[in-house]
Design a protein around this ligand. Structure first.
Ligand SMILES: [Zn+2]
Length: 181
């Protein structure tokens, strides 16, 4: 059986942003339905699952089940509900326990390729499965899993391994930079 990733709703996005998000979801779906993905995950497992009392088999079952906080009334397992907004801060996005939505900062998103977006979709889905990361702990499950998704897609599609983050500096931080020389 295939685990389907579905875009349920994209709010306040341009057509271009929507297309990128849909393409990314397709790449995300390809990865999680590829046994090689789970094989690679199993190899890096000790570094990031050790403090979550999960083995990779149990984690895989949970991940593919789609038993997140969404109610199932459609054919998808993994559901994406996203709202775009604009901020000069270097925050990619956020979600909260009380909501189905994820917010994506289009200022950062502009620099993202399809692999970066897919990695972010995986990261946010893990929040919907109740995985968190105190502060922005890069060793946490949402970060490590998102990075693996991202890096495998970048490799497969021969995309630049870097993530271009476009952040327009605020007026005051630009002024400060001028005086720093
Ligand atoms: Zn997060």
């Amino acid at each position: 059986m295939i685990t389907k990733v579905g875009i349920i709703k994209i709010t306040d996005a341009t057509e271009c942003e929507k297309k990128a998000f849909i393409l990314a979801a397709e790449e995300f779906e390809k990865e999680i339905n590829n046994p090689k993905f789970w094989e690679e995950l199993r190899m890096i497992y000790p570094q990031w699952l050790y403090n979550n009392n999960l083995n990779t088999a149990a984690f895989k079952r949970l991940f593919l089940s789609g038993r997140d906080k969404f109610e199932t009334k459609d054919d998808f397992h993994i559901r994406i509900n996203v709202t775009f907004y604009y901020s000069r801060k270097s925050v990619v996005g956020a979600t909260y326990p009380s909501t189905w939505f994820t917010w994506v900062n289009r200022n950062i998103f502009k620099g993202f390729d399809v692999a970066d977006i897919a990695g972010n979709q995986a990261h946010e889905y893990l929040h919907n499965l109740a995985f968190s990361h105190p502060g922005a702990n890069k060793q946490s499950v949402p970060y490590q899993f998102g990075y693996l998704i991202r890096d495998r897609i970048k490799k497969r599609l021969k995309l630049s391994p870097e993530t271009k983050v476009k952040v327009k500096r605020s007026f005051w931080s630009r002024i400060k930079r001028i005086f720093k020389g």
